[in-house]
Write a protein that binds this ligand. Structure first.
Ligand code: CA
Length: 226
């Protein structure tokens, strides 16, 4: 975990100690806060990269602490730990500003994997432009530029080109394309995917001797990485 500074907010001392040991073995620097007040004080002092937050704390509700942090503009990724596994709890946690959720009991390996993902997300530069060949897509302004300047795209075409560019060099399955274009569960046997792929090809590949968007038979489509 490359010296990532983690805060574990957990009042069960044995669990907290076990988490600390495991995470330190993976290279993290771990601080334990046994309650909401201690957590708030620790967060003000140190630059944590991720917080593991138990919801039932002796001096308050973890969700209240989370809401207060987010209201103050603290954007550190938070993974909620709770014995309450119900869906509504999970929804409440995410609405309060949590980034992930794990119900007790959990496997340490799963917690570690999720923390790693949170740290990785936090370390990524905020929405850097994606470049493939002479194309550059700005994921914030939603603009695509090519050799001759801006290439106007509809919102769906923007989503499709972003998906293909982010995966450049690797095939993108039809399911993933239809999820992006139509939402999950859409019937993939319609030709919606082809319609949008063809529009995109018309805009970015028409003048090229070697097209960037290639068909991967039996899988879907791929944008060549070079
Ligand atoms: Ca607790």
């Amino acid at each position: 975990m490359n010296h990532a500074k983690l805060l574990i907010v957990e009042d069960e001392s044995r669990l907290a100690a076990n988490l600390r040991r495991g995470l330190e073995e993976l290279g993290a620097e771990v601080t334990i806060a046994p309650g909401a007040k201690a957590a708030a004080a620790a967060i003000d002092r140190a630059g944590f990269e991720a917080i593991v937050l138990d919801l039932q704390l002796p001096d308050g509700d973890g969700l209240d602490l989370l809401r207060a942090l987010r209201a103050r503009g603290v954007a550190i990724p938070v993974l909620i730990l709770t014995a309450r596994g119900a869906l509504e709890e999970r929804v409440a946690g995410l609405e309060a500003g949590a980034d992930d959720y794990l119900a007790k009991p959990f496997a340490f390996a799963e917690l570690a994997a999720r923390i790693r993902a949170l740290i990785r997300r936090g370390r990524m530069p905020p929405a850097a432009p994606i470049r493939v060949a002479d194309l550059e897509f700005d994921p914030i302004r939603r603009r695509l530029r090519g050799g001759d300047g801006e290439i106007p795209l509809s919102p769906k075409e923007q989503m499709l080109v972003e998906l293909l560019m982010r995966n450049a060099g690797a095939p993108v399955a039809r399911d993933a394309i239809s999820d992006v274009l139509c939402g999950p569960g859409y019937n993939e046997f319609t030709n919606v995917i082809e319609v949008f792929i063809n529009r995109l090809r018309e805009k970015i590949d028409r003048a090229r001797s070697a097209p960037l968007i290639v068909t991967v038979r039996g899988v879907g489509y791929m944008m060549r990485a070079d």
